[in-house]
Ligand binder design. Structure first.
Ligand SMILES: [Zn+2]
Length: 367
């Protein structure tokens, strides 16, 4: 039996006042796009002063509240107390991610073991604070799990496994390696079989199939990314995900591509007749692009989710359209389903992980 998988787009916020931008809120019935997607991820550091009703979020919308550990660590925002975050999540979210101390300073480097151990210890302390101080059971609280290799996952998991929360938030890094996403899912399935997981930063044509397939292991899977929205803020208009992610730039009304018609029939683009229409409302062109990019992303997710009920069709689709790494990641998950242990899977497929394919990090070369 497959579980349910839900994409929760991260809302990047806006500098404009909310009454002007609410027509672009994809979670509302009356948004201007012609479709609705009732799920959104809010990052506590940016929204801790906002309530659910400030953002006109109805009761039927799934709200995931991220604690923003990564933004805090990288100095993008000020430190927030774990209790402040918890209270905000209890008031405004359906699923909350507990504050963690990620063992990375970027999303592509691989940390050493002692650093992982140190961050796991600090994170465990925050998870315990959340578990002890929670006031309502309606909010589902998830524990972030980190690890760029199997040994690291084991270390992190050992530190946090006894803390009584409602599931795991997987944080696979590097965020562009499908193999590490697959490893996280089979690892936590073998260790505990939790009912619910959330996957951080699940974006791109080669990562999303792995997350969709993980619904064979869990009852509820949610995943987030802000990429389609951020691309729009950079004026990128996504045309397709497969066979490659392809987009064009629409920088301003003056430098629009010279197409007579838009190359897309999504609900957003069907409403407007030319690229220039994106800029009809002064400075709000990127908000239209957001809704278009989000729709294209949702369509790709829908295709994969529907195909996934039939393993053969899904495998064939991934083989034709996705990277070799993605295909191997799916095959590793299938190998695990056949009854092999995670250690056996890891050994058999180890050559396909990026850390074995790429140049070693600098500090390793020096040793
Ligand atoms: Zn479109």
């Amino acid at each position: 039996m497959r579980g349910k998988v839900t994409y929760v787009p991260g809302y990047p916020g806006t500098s404009k006042s909310s009454d002007k931008s609410m027509k672009y809120f994809w979670w509302r019935d009356d948004n201007i796009s012609g479709y609705r997607h009732p799920a959104v991820l809010l990052s506590a550091p940016y929204f801790v002063k906002n309530s659910r009703s400030d953002l006109l979020i109805g009761d039927d919308v799934l709200v995931v509240g991220d604690s923003g550990g990564f933004q805090i660590l990288t100095g993008k925002i000020d430190w927030l107390e774990p209790i402040t975050i918890l209270r905000w999540q209890e008031e405004n979210c359906d699923i909350g991610i507990t504050l963690d101390v990620p063992p990375v300073s970027s999303i592509s480097s691989i940390p050493d073991i002692s650093f992982v151990e140190k961050c796991a210890r600090k994170s465990a302390r925050n998870y315990e604070i959340a578990a002890r101080n929670r006031r309502n059971d309606k909010l589902l609280l998830l524990k972030p799990l980190h690890g760029a290799k199997l040994e690291q996952l084991k270390i992190w998991h050992k530190r946090i496994k006894d803390i009584d929360l409602d599931g795991y938030a997987l944080s696979p890094k590097p965020a562009a390696d499908p193999m590490i996403f697959a490893l996280h899912t089979i690892f936590i399935h073998e260790a505990e079989m939790p009912e619910r997981i959330h996957v951080f930063l699940g974006s791109g044509s080669n990562i999303i199939p792995v997350i969709i397939y993980s619904s064979y292991f869990f009852k509820n899977v949610t995943f987030d990314s802000t990429t389609p929205l951020l691309r729009a803020r950079n004026r990128c208009y996504i045309i397709s995900f497969v066979p490659v992610t392809f987009y064009i730039r629409m920088l301003s009304r003056e430098t629009l591509p010279s197409m007579k018609r838009l190359p897309c029939d999504c609900p957003v683009c069907s409403k407007i007749s030319s690229a220039a229409d994106f800029y009809k409302e002064i400075n709000n062109g990127e908000r239209f692009l957001e809704l278009h990019n989000l729709f294209i992303t949702l369509r790709y997710i829908h295709t994969l989710d529907a195909l996934c009920d039939c393993r053969d069709s899904f495998h064939e689709y991934v083989r034709v359209f996705c990277s070799d790494e993605t295909l191997k990641a799916i095959e590793m998950m299938m190998y695990y389903e056949e009854g092999h242990s995670v250690s056996e899977c890891y050994e058999k497929f180890s050559a396909y992980f990026r850390f074995n394919r790429c140049q070693k990090p600098k500090q390793d070369r020096l040793l």
